[in-house]
Unconditional design. Sequence first.
Length: 201
Amino acid sequence: MPDHGHDNNEYHPKDAVASTMKAVMYSGTAGLIVSGVQNALARENRGLFGVFTKTGTTFGMFVLMGGTYAFIKDASANLREKSDAWNAGLGGFFAGSLIGIPSGRMPRVVGFGAGLGIILATFEAAGGTFRGSKWKQPDVDEFARKEAIRLKRRASYEDTIAEVGEGRGIYGPGYAERRAQLLKEKYGIDVPVEPEKPYAV
């Protein structure tokens, strides 16, 4: 679970190297896919290794951007001892500036960096999720919140039986005796009753 530094206002240091390696793996996979698509759409036959020899710059850019963003974000958080949107903005700035470096023009370097930094900082400030729920309750532990929801929605065994009835693998205590009694009254058949197994409530 991601650490947003909200538990009792205590900052928990992040492993920048581990997060960088994880980001490189994910972004490298995405870059390899994009590079493969570029290679497949080329008019000439580039071969299997064309994803590295012909469109390898795409793969390399994805790897560099993903690793730079993750490392700068976590390193900034560890130095500032705060986990907030500024870290994501700083990581986004350095990652975005990599796009403008090949052009050799400083306005593009700063422009791409500022653009990506603003986007990622805004996303982080909104909770860092597309669900948009974490930012509303920043001081509530996510695990505790989900556990409370699960317990609130969990119905007791008796309520489940009362609602859906017995059968289809759902049987309440004393079902075997009730079934044997019903068969005896209705058909006059004596059905042996086996000892019941304990029911998990």
